[in-house]
Design a protein around this ligand. Sequence first.
Ligand code: ADP
Length: 257
Amino acid sequence: ALDIGHDLGRAILNARTFEREHRLVEEFRALDTYKGQLIATVAHELKNPLSSVLGYLEMLESSPDLSGTAKGSLAAMERGAQRMVKVIDDLLLLSKVGDPDNPVIARPVDLRDVVDDVVDLVGLAADQKRIDLRVELPDHPVVALGDADELDRVTANLLSNAVKYTPEGGSVTVRLEHVGAEVVLTCADEGIGISAADRERLGTEFFRSSNPLAISQPGTGLGLAIVRRIVDRHDGRLEIESELGHGSTFRVHLPAA
Ligand code: ADP
């Protein structure tokens, strides 16, 4: 009788612990949803006044009788405001692709077209740093089911990071291939690399490495968070290999259409 009483006592205790943990998980979920809504609302509210500031700045910049100092100051203000627009747009996108009520509208996308678009976009920055940008695409379609704009964004964020975090004269490779039932987009660089401790935190909103070589580059720490969420909602996975000082390889695996 003592044993039964003891076991019953333990079972009740376990049930209470389980209930408490379950409640905590629910509370964390609710907080996370609240955080997402707060970020989206603030970003939205900042966007309109900022657009109007940019509009007035552009108008002022075009007035004929400006001193050199005034011109320089207005240009600096415009650069600052443009940076803010980029952060706000990234925050709005982050909240859009993290919203479970806004699922992907999936269509067949030939990822070769996506890579071609992004290479055009990033090519100039690569040329300016004399980076050898190697593009390895098969001559048959590499089709995934997804949202072309979002997959474009994934590729653009990975490739622009590869160029950004690779010193002058280095090389960056972007590759597409079929592996089993998946299509794989690889973005490999011979840049500054990422430490094991930093790798664990990649994709967390606003995370930027404290590596002085990385910090010297402009950025918000939102690019990889966006990549992660988009890859997740396409039922894909992101693989990261990196060695500090030797370069990084990011692989996006997506189910083949
Ligand atoms: P951002 O580049 O705007 O800081 P990201 O979210 O794109 O934000 O990247 C987060 C951090 O991950 C960067 O600050 C950088 O430290 C590191 N990182 C991302 N891609 C690379 C890369 N290809 N090589 C080295 N470090 C990288």
